[in-house]
Design a protein around this ligand. Structure first.
Ligand code: PEP
Ligand code: CO
Length: 492
C-alpha cells in the first residue's frame, strides 16, 4: 500500500448535497441518505443491533469528539479504496483471491511493533502459500488499524463485586468505547477513546505503510517474514518443512523470472498491496470519517478501506445498514446460518442498488454443520437474481464453543471442516469461493483447539490472550493456509 499523497478533504454535514458533488452517481442511492441519516434509526429500544451503536451517556461530549475527529487527517484515501474495489471486482470474476484476517478485537495495548509485524508476517506467509497453490494474485486485507469496537448482545454484565454482592457494569464494547477491566471507571463509555482509536489506527498504519514501502512484502525475500519462534523447534516439523519447500520453489521461480527480465509477473511480485478493514460498528467514529473528496462523487469512509456489517447489526432498516448504503467503499456483509433469503436480498439491494462490481463481499459464517443446509440456497438465489457479490468464508464465528472452564474456543477441525464444506459447495455450484476471513494472530497464543500440535482444553490457559474471540495462532494459521492450498489444487 503506497502512500499516495495528501487528500484535501471536505466534510459536508448537512443532508443537502454540495454543489460540487455530481448527482449522477448519488441518484442511484435513495435520496434521503446523508452521513447523518443513520442517527434517526439508532434508538436504544432494546434491539441488539441498535444497542451496539455504543452506549454513551453524554451526547454533547460525543458531538464534540466527532467534530474534532472530522477535522483530523483521514487514515486512508479514496484512491486506495477505489483500487481495492477494482481488485474485488476482479475477484468476483475468479481472477483474484481475498485473504482477510486479524484480531477479533484489536486493543490499544497491542499497538506494538512486535504484534503488528507478526500479524503482517503471518498474513504474508499465508498469502504466499495461496498464490503458489491458486496461481492467482491474492488481495490481502487485515482486520487492523480500527478493529476496536465489539458488538454485545447485552448492554450490561453482572459479576460478583468486591464485597461478593452482584455488581452490574456496562459490557466491554471494545477499546474504542470503554476498558475491559471489570471496574466502574474502566467500563464507563468514554467518547475520548474514539480519538485514541484514531491515533492508534494512525500509528499502526504508519508502521505498516513504511514496512511495505521499504520492501518488507517483496516475495523475493520471504525470509523477512520469518517469525522468530518458527526457527526454534517451535513450529510443528512437518508444517515447517512444507513451508520451506514452498518458499524455495517460489524463490527459484522468481530467480528465473529475474533472469528473463522484468515482465508484469515480476513487478507484481515486488509490490504487494495491503488493505485495512474493521466492523463499521461505532457509527459515531465512522460518521466522523465520512467525507467527500475533490473530483469524486459521493461520500467515502476514510477510516478504513473495507468496512463490514456485522451479523448482529444486519437489520436492513437499522442504523448500520443505513450508514453503509451511502458510502462508496466496498462493503462486507456477514451472513449467518439463520439468514433468510428475502432479508439477504433486501440488504444486498439496499447497499448495492446499482449492482456495482467490487462493491459487495458476502462473508458466510455458518458453522461447519450448517453449511450443506444453508449455503447452497443462498448462493443460488443470489446468483439467479444476478447480484454481483464475492463469496468469502469466515470459518470462525459459526464454530465458537465454551469450555467447561468457561473459555470461549473453536476447534481447528470445525474451522477446517467449514472451510472445506464451503469450498465444495461453491465448486459443485460452479460459483467459486472467492476468499477467506479469519481471526488470527502472529503470536504464539493458545486460544483454538487442535491443529498440528493437537492443542487440548487443558492447554488453553497457557497463553489465552484475546480481548474477545479465540484466534488461530501463527502455526494454526499457516496450517489453515495449507488446507486451503490443497482445496485449491483439487484435494478434499
Ligand atoms: C467478528 O467478525 O468479530 C464478529 C463479531 O462477527 P459476526 O458479526 O459474524 O458475529
Ligand atoms: Co470475532
Amino acid at each position: 500500500m503506497a502512500v499516495v499523497g495528501w487528500v484535501c478533504v471536505r466534510r459536508v454535514r448537512s443532508a443537502a448535497l454540495s454543489a460540487s458533488v455530481q448527482p449522477s452517481s448519488l441518484s442511484r442511492a435513495p435520496q434521503e441518505w446523508s452521513p447523518d441519516s443513520w442517527r434517526s434509526r439508532a434508538t436504544h429500544d432494546g434491539h441488539p443491533g441498535r444497542l451496539a451503536v455504543a452506549p454513551y451517556t453524554d451526547p454533547d461530549a460525543v458531538v464534540r469528539v466527532e467534530k474534532r475527529l472530522a477535522a483530523m487527517p483521514p487514515l486512508v484515501t479514496s484512491w486506495e479504496i477505489e483500487n481495492l474495489k477494482g481488485l474485488i471486482a476482479e475477484a468476483q470474476e475468479g481472477r483474484r483471491f481475498l485473504l482477510w484476517g486479524g484480531d477479533c478485537a484489536e486493543t490499544f495495548a497491542d499497538c506494538t511493533p512486535e504484534v503488528i509485524t507478526s500479524k503482517l508476517k503471518i498474513l504474508l506467509q499465508m498469502s504466499l502459500v495461496l498464490v503458489y497453490a491458486g496461481k492467482r494474485p491474492v488481495i490481502r486485507v487485515g482486520r487492523v488499524a480500527g478493529q476496536y469496537a465489539k458488538p454485545r448482545s447485552s448492554a450490561a454484565e453482572t459479576r460478583a463485586g468486591p464485597d461478593g454482592a452482584p455488581l452490574s457494569l456496562p459490557s466491554y464494547f471494545g477499546d474504542i468505547v470503554n476498558g475491559a477491566a471489570f471496574e466502574p471507571d474502566a467500563r464507563r463509555p468514554d467518547p475520548e477513546r474514539m480519538v485514541q482509536a484514531h491515533q492508534h489506527a494512525a500509528m499502526t498504519l504508519n508502521f505498516v505503510r513504511s514496512l511495505l514501502d521499504a520492501g518488507f512484502a517483496d516475495i523475493h525475500h520471504p525470509e523477512y517474514w520469518d517469525l522468530g519462534f518458527l526457527r526454534q523447534a517451535g513450529l510443528h516439523d512437518e508444517l515447517r518443512q512444507e513451508y520451506q519447500r514452498l518458499t524455495e520453489r517460489v524463490t527459484d521461480g522468481l530467480r528465473f523470472m529475474d533472469a528473463m527480465g522484468s515482465g508484469p509477473a515480476h513487478r507484481l511480485a515486488q509490490s504487494v498491496g495491503f488493505f485495512t478493514s474493521h466492523e463499521a460498528l461505532n457509527l459515531h467514529y465512522e460518521a466522523a470519517h465520512t467525507r467527500t473528496v475533490p473530483r469524486r462523487a459521493g461520500y467515502y469512509n476514510l477510516s478504513t478501506h473495507l468496512p463490514w456489517l456485522g451479523w448482529r447489526t444486519r437489520e436492513a432498516g437499522g442504523p448500520h445498514a443505513e450508514y453503509l448504503r451511502g458510502v462508496r467503499n466496498p462493503v462486507g456483509l456477514k451472513v449467518g446460518a439463520e439468514a433468510r433469503i428475502d432479508e439477504l436480498l433486501r440488504l444486498i439491494d439496499a447497499i448495492n442498488p446499482s449492482n456495482e462490481a467490487g462493491r459487495l463481499v458476502l462473508i458466510a459464517r455458518l458453522g461447519a454443520k450448517n453449511v450443506r443446509r444453508a449455503l447452497p440456497g443462498l448462493v443460488e438465489v443470489v446468483r439467479r437474481a444476478g447480484r454481483r457479490v464475492l463469496w468469502v468464508c469466515d470459518p470462525m464465528h459459526g464454530n465458537t464453543v465454551t469450555t467447561s472452564a468457561g473459555l470461549k474456543t473453536r476447534s481447528f477441525e470445525d474451522i477446517r471442516a467449514e472451510l472445506s464444506e464451503q469450498w465444495q459447495v461453491h465448486r459443485e455450484l460452479g460459483s467459486g469461493l472467492g476468499g477467506v476471513h479469519v481471526e488470527l494472530t502472529g503470536q504464539d497464543v493458545t486460544e483454538c483447539l487442535g491443529g498440528a500440535r493437537g492443542l487440548r482444553e487443558g492447554d488453553l490457559a497457557a497463553n489465552y490472550d484475546t480481548a474477545c474471540d479465540p484466534r488461530l495462532n501463527y502455526e494454526q494459521s499457516l496450517e489453515l493456509a495449507f488446507v486451503l492450498a490443497r482445496l485449491m489444487q483439487g484435494g478434499a
